[in-house]
Ligand binder design. Sequence first.
Ligand code: AGP
Length: 615
Amino acid sequence: MCGIVGYVGPQQAAPILMDSLCRLEYRGYDSAGIAVRDGDGHTTVVKAKGRLKVLSEKIDGGRTLKGCIGIGHTRWATHGEPNEANAHPHISGSEPDDSAVVGVHNGIIENYAELKEKLVKAGYIFYSQTDTEVAVKLVDYYYKKYPTPSKAIAKAMMRIRGSYALAILFNDHQNQIWTARKDSPMIIGVTKGETFIASDVPAILKYTQDIYYVGNCEMACVEAGKVSFFNIDEEQLEKETVHITWDANAAERGGFEHFMIKEIHEQPKALQDTLNSLLNDGRLDITKSGITPEIARGISEISIVACGSAWHVGMAAKYVIEDIARIPVRVDVASEFRYHCPILQENALVIVISQSGETADSLAALREAKSRGIRTLAILNVLGSSIAREADHVLYTLAGPEIAVATTKAYSAQMLIGYVLAVELAFERGVIDEEKYKYYIAQLQTLPDKAEGLLEDKERIQWFASKFSTAHDAFFIGRGIDYAVALEGSLKMKEVSYVHSEAYAAGELKHGTISLIEDGTLLVGILTQNSLYEKTVSNMVECKTRGAYLMAVATAGHYDIEDTADFTIYVPNIDEHFAGSLTVIPLQLFGYYSSVSRGLDVDKPRNLAKSVTVE
Ligand code: AGP
């Protein structure tokens, strides 16, 4: 959460910082600010409450600020309400001109109250409620004692508990930006004579695809066209760049009104690319993750850990893996897993699913599993992310950069990896034979085209969404895999259109929640599992009897559903295990068009941020 950018080079920094911040606004958007140092060595800080465009208007897109070095920040508030005083950058002094040290921060400093007390005793005067101001003043405090940036930052790092990515300007070191991080990402790109820093790849993809990752508890000194890395003992480190294959244009809207609808349309490609990366000569191959057939055969149970939509993928994967591979699977929300000391067998495999690879709770869950000596596999979209660097094994979704806060294409690609794991583990463990193995692969290969076909039906969904744009409540129900997809459909609805929505296992509804159904309440039933079809239809009828308006998402062929449902979307036939990848598409479109009909900011829903790097 929060986006950080920095630039040092021959060009004017402010327009570059604003451009890069635009690409990071999905990480936080309640306030923003930049600090630029001019040729006379004077650093100007400008901040604004609200979206980035408010800041941009204040400084004419950056053109009113002169100087070739600077840092910028877009904020998702943790400590202190979103206002101008709390916006970053923060300064070491109490007056605007008193800026010996200026910094931006991403993360949470857990012991900020104790550090603040110490600094107040030392004479510091605070103007904001943020933990970031504490961090900046702490660096300044140590800089006054040990006047080298590396020593001051290292001393501060030793005192700070929590997570942080920091970018800092020292007035005494006019041509340098210093960065440091722990459990919050920070990357650096160096091109000819210029250096860029950012908390996330899309911010600087336009300038370079060769990225340095600042490691955990490391610092970097950034100058025009060069960077030096240090550990917390101030020893210099050698690093190699990682080449990012994402196309710079992939982080642009490319003619679509919003990133979310663009990314919904990119799902067939995300499915195809991800599947291709796991196919070798017509057979599935996960060995590049380091999971060998021997390892696959030795797994006694699987524990899936994730947050939000990635957790929903885990819920679907549980049904698929248990049914196809007959391995017991448990699924935990990462924020629960990390603290409740789950019982795990010695030969368990813990799978962490995350688009960003930076989600704080998922990272902590991974560490918890590793600390107990349990093998870990991460399913990730972002190369080189924190989870990627710590997991024993990694499988990547090839979804490309996902910018909209509401995930769509990463979810679909993660689901696909869940299917691949199920089929591969089943085959390696002798649970399915060669014929069944080939059947499943052939079915998976039909997914991209079937997903493409579903996108052609979007006008009907758009019409239906506009009809229901004033709805207050919606319920999504299904059984088995359909329940797992109901969870995701419901989340899409509430996160982007702010319609209160709940997902229920269809059979569970009448144990309490059905009391909320009244005239006109929207109920979405998902019906792709043949053996459960009639049961879910009965649950839908029970709601209709009580006044609900029914939308059905059913497999083609079940045309009798139109006798019950008021509006139906059909998805193509596919092996039932994989149907979730198709049913989710109309649900994503429904959430998207509901948001558009309500005139909301689809890509940046209120209170949210794309990657949740704090607890
Ligand atoms: C879903 O639309 C949200 N963006 C959110 O639930 C997300 O899936 C969750 O925060 C996990 O993020 P991750 O995949 O980056 O770990």
